[in-house]
Ligand binder design. Structure first.
Ligand code: GTP
Length: 512
């Protein structure tokens, strides 16, 4: 074990396991415990057997985490079935039967395979959209399902409205119960309550695809494709560690054989030399002495040949086992880096708002404290702006939720047009955006916010050929030396409230 190559290998191995386990933390509490134990043993213990033992002992916890994942997958599968049943009960429409049958077949065969979940969710949303959007136009001429459902004329729509609110309530309850069963880390609490609010507030059938998408997005994170990758990676790691341990034992044994071969050779050589010395002292004539020495030299030379051959064989074996160990370690490092990449991608997804592609509220929560600290330390000004779309509810109510979504997708472009690279924009929630301007002056902040306000006001936005004016109100504040980021946000938010009160479509600065 004192061999430097082996020590280095074990050190690399220890680092790889330790790093991998740290990256995976936060996906499941059970898994976190198991990983912590593995990490502690790996960093405090140099005995390969002890490391292998702790990996074995952690196995039940890993299996339990796997079972929990299975339970959540079942819950998600049942939710999709419930949603299909609910679709069948929607008034005045038909679910496309072939598409439904295909989806049911897919769910049946793929619900356990997490890698297929994005596809299943997408197909479910397509079925919902097809049911809600397509068939009624064809059947009812120009009158769409939504117009029919929400038209205030006639009894048919009143009955339909009743059914619609019942269906929406069922969908919302089904999805909320799925959310209640997810086990997500605490930093997802805000996101879960936002989605629950959205489920609760949704008043239109058009919201259903988004309700499903938002809920299943969280469910997918809880289900954790990364967790599955990690569990199989750890069990693979376990067997790799065991085989590396066996490799080390083999090279240790061959080292012992080398030592004993050298020892045998020394004794043999000593024996030959002492026999030669005795023979030389007892020799009576030169001829017999010459014969004797020749015989002894031959024996010594053949002993040396045998020894050299044995040494070569054993060295070859040792170097083979070292190179196998090296390959194993490099394979493990490669696996670890793929896993890290997957986890990073997952994290980026969880920090990005899927509608606007802007960093979301969780990303804001992660960045605001270090940014405040950095600006305080550098004694530079940090400006925070809260922007809110004016009368957005009436855009949704008049032109539909999909038109509202389009507005939400267009606004980030206007925001970015006035910002520089170091400025940051987040979708804070609903129709609210937060902008951070580090290292800025009051004048620059004012200028940029006014430019954004004007860009949104001038942004052309038409629905069915009708121009729809869109404006935003903005509240801005500069961070004070003794202020917390919560205090800063509160002052900007109050200014936003004032901007709304004073007639909207304006930017107001908080007094410092
Ligand atoms: N289309 C769409 N609407 C959303 C989304 N998130 C939130 N909303 C809607 O945004 C609207 C916000 O309305 P309110 O908070 O009443 O405010 P407002 O109508 O913008 O009025 P003011 O802020 O007072 O100017 C609600 O109708 C929400 O349903 C989304 O992702 N897409």
């Amino acid at each position: 074990m004192s061999d430097p190559a082996t020590t280095q290998l074990i050190e690399t191995l220890r680092k790889a396991v330790s790093r991998t386990s740290m990256m995976a933390e936060g996906t499941d509490p059970q898994l976190d415990l198991a990983l912590k134990e593995i990490r502690q043993t790996i960093t405090s213990n140099s005995d390969a057997n002890a490391i292998s033992a702790v990996l074995k002992a952690s196995e039940p916890k890993l299996i339990k985490a796997d079972e929990a994942r299975d339970f959540r997958a079942k819950k998600l599968r049942d939710t999709l079935h419930d949603l299909i049943d609910l679709l069948e009960r929607l008034p005045s429409h038909t679910v496309p039967q072939k598409q439904k049958k295909d989806l049911l077949t897919k769910i049946r065969s793929q619900w356990q395979s997490i890698s297929h979940w994005p596809e299943l969710v997408e197909s479910s949303i397509s079925l919902i959209e097809a049911t809600l959007l397509v068939d009624n136009e064809a059947k009812n001429g120009k009158r769409s399902l939504f117009k029919k459902l929400f038209s205030k004329n006639g009894n048919e729509s009143t009955i339909a409205e009743k059914n619609v609110s019942g269906i929406l309530l069922d969908v919302s309850q089904t999805l909320t119960s799925l959310l209640d069963n997810l086990s997500l880390p605490e930093n997802f609490d805000d996101q879960i309550s936002d989605v629950k609010l959205f489920l609760n507030d949704s008043r239109s059938l058009e919201h259903i695809p988004k309700m499903v998408a938002e809920t299943t997005n969280l469910a997918m994170i809880a289900l954790g494709k990364n967790q599955q990758d990690l569990t199989s990676y750890l069990s693979q790691l376990n067997s790799q560690l065991a085989s590396i341990n066996a490799g080390i034992v083999t090279s240790y044994k061959s080292q012992r054989t080398l030592t004993s071969t050298r020892h045998d050779f020394n004794s043999e050589l000593q024996k030959q030399v002492s026999e030669t010395t005795t023979a030389v002292t007892q020799a009576t004539d030169l001829g017999s002495l010459k014969n004797l020495i020749e015989t002894k030299l031959e024996t010594i030379s053949s002993t040396m040949d045998t020894y050299q051959k044995q040494m070569l064989d054993q060295e070859k074996q040792a170097s083979q086992s070292i190179s196998q160990l090296r390959n194993k370690v490099s394979r493990m490092e490669k696996d670890a880096s793929t896993l890290r990449l997957n986890l990073q991608q997952k994290l980026a997804q969880a920090m990005t708002d899927s509608l606007t592609n802007l960093p979301n509220r969780a990303a804001y929560q992660d960045s605001i404290l270090p940014i405040c600290n950095m600006n305080k330390k550098a004694r530079t000004h940090l400006a925070l702006a809260v922007c809110d779309i004016d009368h957005f509810k009436s855009v949704n109510d008049t032109w539909g939720h999909l038109a509202g979504d389009k507005v939400l997708r267009l606004i980030p472009r206007q925001i970015r047009s006035a910002l520089t690279e170091k400025d940051m924009a987040f979708r804070y929630g609903g129709e609210e955006f937060v902008i951070l301007l580090p290292d800025t002056t009051l004048e620059t902040a004012k200028m940029k916010m006014e430019a954004i306000r004007q860009a949104v006001e001038k942004m052309p936005f038409n629905v069915q050929g009708v121009p729809v004016p869109i404006t935003i109100s903005i509240g801005i504040a500069l961070l004070k030396a003794d202020e917390t980021h919560e205090g800063l946000f509160e002052r900007a938010d109050k200014s936003l409230y004032l901007a709304k009160e004073q007639g909207r479509n304006r930017a107001i600065f908080a007094q410092t």
